[in-house]
Design a binder for this molecule. Structure first.
Ligand SMILES: [Zn+2]
Length: 271
């Protein structure tokens, strides 16, 4: 039994074509998933199955959908400066569910730090304050989307200061000390839990898709009562099996691992 986990980035809007727009890709891919006889289940259920609390038959021919970085494009329809109004990821899910009567779900992995998002909104988007967290509670109670954690600050190269002891940016594999991990995991989870009225995140997606041996083999297993996560995801491009380490679960990424509806069909038909 294998379950493909699919990843999109709603900020990726270059043109209004499948290959260059993660919104159009998601809308098309929901149809492909359905046409091939697969169901979308929440990522939390994939972890339940991995941990032995859901049976194989409950996850037969399923996929999970994840979204990284957590800008407003996940939740609000926005007027993109060159491509026009973009349907938000959650509204694409809602449209599909209304049309097909098939339940769908996505997990949004958000950057926790308000200051990091405020700064990245200016450097990576167009400075319209489209990276706030006011939508997290509504999304989390919608039944269509879970809010989970994508680190404190993504050790993003566009930030002046990141919570990495040597200021090494752009490589989450450089989080290798208790201090840095405590900030990127436990502090990040605490802030998201604060916004969600106490519901702390339990799933984590590594920025850039990877983590150090220290994080995978020491920090996450040994400090679980502090950080409260129960699984973490990479971007190793393979379907998830029970043999995978719970702190290193794989995901496919749109734009890297498939670029067309046929590419997605090929991934699904292998499982
Ligand atoms: Zn990211």
């Amino acid at each position: 039994m294998k379950i493909p986990v699919l990843t999109y980035h709603s900020i990726n809007v270059i043109r209004n074509t499948y290959a260059e727009n993660d919104h159009l890709a998601l809308a098309s891919d929901l149809e492909t998933i359905n046409d091939l006889g697969f169901r979308v289940i929440p990522l939390s259920q994939v972890v339940d199955w991995h941990q032995g609390s859901l049976a194989d038959q409950d996850v037969s021919r399923t996929v999970a959908i994840t979204l990284d970085d957590g800008s407003w494009f996940d939740y609000y329809d926005l007027d993109h400066p060159t491509c026009g109004v973009q349907r938000s990821m959650i509204n694409i899910l809602r449209d599909f569910q209304l049309r097909s009567s098939r339940p769908v779900h996505a997990t949004s992995f958000v950057i926790s730090s308000p200051a990091a998002r405020f700064s990245l909104d200016k450097s990576c988007m167009i400075g319209k304050d489209w990276w706030g967290d006011q939508w997290w509670p509504e999304a989390a109670s919608s039944g269509l989307m879970d809010i989970e954690c994508h680190s404190w600050d993504h050790v993003h190269p566009e930030l002046d200061h990141v919570l990495q002891q040597d200021q090494i940016k752009g490589d989450f594999g450089q989080i290798k000390s208790l201090g840095d991990a405590g900030a990127q995991f436990a502090r990040a989870g605490e802030y998201i839990g604060h916004v969600l009225a106490g519901k702390r995140p339990v799933l984590f997606a590594y920025p850039y898709g990877l983590a150090s041996d220290y994080v995978i083999n020491e920090y996450l297993p040994e400090y679980q009562s502090t950080h409260q996560f129960r699984a973490a995801f990479t971007t190793e491009p393979k379907a998830l099996t029970k043999a995978d380490n719970v702190w290193s679960l794989p995901r496919f990424v749109f734009g890297q691992d498939w670029k067309s509806p046929q590419g997605l069909a090929a991934i699904l038909n292998r499982h």
